[in-house]
Design a protein around this ligand. Structure first.
Ligand code: ADP
Ligand code: ZN
Length: 607
């Protein structure tokens, strides 16, 4: 492919990848790199970053070198590209000496369009030496935010990648990441010496993802109901904060008949590997994980990401939820959140031993996360606004847009709650405070003589649940702080004074008690139930899926590597009957048409 100089990037997109048009900025990025210049690309997960270096590698003379941090995932990427007819290999520690020699031979003979390399491998003397003897088309640095020491994906090997520029000044470099914030971007620029690279920032909106935050009220049952009613046969990721909770939740889901597997750093690497593999290869697997899971997973048909605990920042939330719906089909970001989450995170912050500057930063991030949970207007607008992107209209695809939230004026209730904290000496937790407000006589209240304080029994107009909602919102908005004592005692803050003095009016969000049935999507997000139960379309869809599974099984690859759901759905919709028509379907490139065309046509023509 490399000799055909006149081949255009659009030709490659059409023929090799089977797509009809570039998305967003892909074309400008590709042109920039093809012309030999550097690029720094910020694009959300699922935006289509890979093509930005794959196409220039195919078109430019020589081999494109791709640095990617995750050895385990290189294999599937390479398999997928080979099925599309791209000459590609990877170099990492999983290969035998003989395999390495073979690949090095191909590299020296100029037979490869692309070579994937782990960063530590690339920076070895031997590899650099090898590269100096061949024609390098470009360097692509994927997951470039791994150079950031403040980020949670920091990889020390990434720092060394600046030598690429020193040793190969004439080779264009393209660094890519889905991490949007300004400080990470600056750090990438600095550490990788990309000051003069052209910056490409895409919109970070993921319109196909529906954002929902529910009040926590028996979280497991809520999760089960969500899965059963909306995603019974889909792949999904469930995030929990602790390893123990991951294990318990996975076991519990399993007991409820759901194919759920745990994943966290406490499991042996072989177990983790096996669970990840099953998630990628089988359909309908739910992975229950800590944040240790997810980077580099490019399974396109993850239909939902559920959070059982509050992430530490909106950056993490956005990155984690971004793993849903890479294929552009409808997907859900679903989270349950409650008073206990606020207490726990506030406590963690209070007892953090980080230096003051970092603590303040963590504090700001937590405030933003809590603000997002409590907001009553469009969640997408607020999320994108946080990343510096202004959207004019409400999105129509988040819970607040779909089921507008009512609010109520609660200045008096806020004052009662805050004075109760003050009158009891700022030494008690929420449950105790609510008992005092509601005038409950308990042995502890008698012991501390709090049945004598002025706030005893002044809050009977609200139920316990309603008071918990008031306390949660006061805490989330910073009117109350959690003490460092570890018992969840609440204290007043500077912000609470104007409220107590009657100088500030407070509005609370009215919590929706239960998931309203009416709020559910009519057509569910999953393509397999997009078609009504016994329709012809459904039958064709199932037949195509089973053909895909059969081929995937035969070849030992994940089903989506054969064809994505979106491609099968187009087949159902347009019902091609000839090879030529099949080739027009998005995602069917020349090589796959040749390889699988007849078999899929046979299925289509039978039905
Ligand atoms: P990222 O690495 O940015 O998360 P990928 O490169 O994995 O995203 O692309 C996400 C999905 O979008 C993939 O399934 C890919 O095949 C598809 N895709 C990328 N570019 C296009 C395009 N121009 N037209 C159609 N599909 C595309
Ligand atoms: Zn919205």
């Amino acid at each position: 492919m490399q000799s055909a100089q006149s081949i255009s990037s659009l030709d490659v997109l059409n023929n090799v990848f089977g797509y009809s048009a570039f998305r967003g900025e892909q074309e400008s990025i590709i042109n920039q790199v093809i012309s030999g210049l550097d690029a720094l690309v910020l694009m959300p997960t699922g935006g289509g970053k890979s093509l930005c270096y794959q196409i220039p590698s195919i078109i430019r003379a020589g081999t494109g070198i791709v640095v990617s941090p995750l050895i385990a995932l290189m294999h599937d990427q390479v398999t997928a590209l080979r099925l599309q007819g791209v000459a590609v290999a990877f170099l990492n520690s999983s290969l035998s000496f003989q395999e390495v020699q073979e690949i090095e031979g191909q590299l020296m003979r100029g037979e490869l369009d692309l070579l994937y390399v782990a960063p530590e491998r690339l920076c070895q003397e031997r590899t650099l030496n090898l590269l100096s003897q061949i024609n390098v088309a470009l360097f692509a640095i994927d997951e470039a935010h791994c150079v950031s020491q403040w980020g949670h994906d920091f990889r020390p090997e990434y720092i060394q990648l600046s030598i690429l520029h020193e040793q190969f000044p004439q080779v264009p470099r393209i660094a890519l990441t889905a991490t949007a914030d300004e400080s990470t971007r600056r750090e990438i620029s600095l550490r990788l010496d990309l000051d003069s690279a052209r910056l490409f920032i895409s919109s970070f909106d993921r319109p196909n993802i529906r954002y929902r935050v529910r009040q926590k009220n028996n979280a497991r049952a809520q999760l089960l109901q969500f899965i059963n009613t909306e995603h019974p046969q889909d792949a999904g990721i469930v995030y929990c904060l602790s390893r123990k909770k991951v294990d318990d939740t996975a076991q519990w889901l399993e007991d409820q008949g759901i194919k759920a597997l745990p994943y966290h750093a406490g499991l042996s690497s072989s177990v983790r590997q096996a669970h990840q593999e099953r998630f990628l290869r089988e359909e309908e697997v739910v992975i229950v994980a800590t944040v240790a899971f997810g980077m580099g997973i490019d399974k396109p048909d993850v239909r939902y990401v559920a959070h059982m605990d509050l992430p530490k920042s909106l950056e993490s939330y956005y990155q984690e939820t971004g793993r849903a719906g890479r294929d552009g089909l409808p997907a859900d970001a679903w989270m349950v959140y409650g008073l206990q989450d606020v207490i726990m995170l506030r406590q963690m912050l209070a007892s953090s031993e980080a230096v003051e500057e970092i603590k303040r930063l963590e504090q700001r991030k937590l405030e933003a996360m809590l603000g997002f949970c409590e907001i009553t207007s469009c969640r997408r607008k607020s999320l994108l606004g946080y990343f510096g992107e202004q959207q004019q209209a409400a999105c129509g695809n988040c819970d607040n847009c779909l089921e507008p939230v009512e609010s109520w004026e609660g200045t008096t209730e806020a004052q009662k709650a805050l004075s109760c904290v003050f009158r009891t000496g700022q030494r008690f937790g929420v449950n105790y405070l609510i008992d005092v407000l509601r005038g409950k006589v308990t042995p502890r209240i008698e012991q501390f003589r709090h049945d004598q304080v002025s706030t005893f029994g002044i809050g009977e107009e609200l139920s316990e649940v309603q008071w918990r909602s008031v306390f949660r919102q006061l805490m989330a908005r910073g009117y109350l702080a959690v003490d460092m004592d570890g018992f969840g005692s609440l204290k007043l803050t500077e912000e609470s004074r104007p409220v107590l003095r009657g100088e500030e009016t407070i509005h609370f969000r009215k919590d929706v008690a239960r998931t309203k049935k009416t709020g559910r999507r009519k057509k569910s997000g999953q393509p397999n139930r997009h078609f009504s139960a016994h329709s012809d379309e459904k039958i064709v869809w199932e037949a195509l899926r089973s053909k895909r599974n059969e081929l995937a099984h035969e070849q030992g690859v994940p089903a989506y590597i054969i064809f994505h759901d979106a491609t099968l759905m187009e087949m159902v919709e347009f019902h091609p009957t000839t090879l030529h028509e099949l080739g027009q379907i998005s995602g069917v490139g020349a090589m796959k048409l040749e390889k699988y065309g007849d078999e899929f046509l046979a299925v289509l023509n039978q039905s």
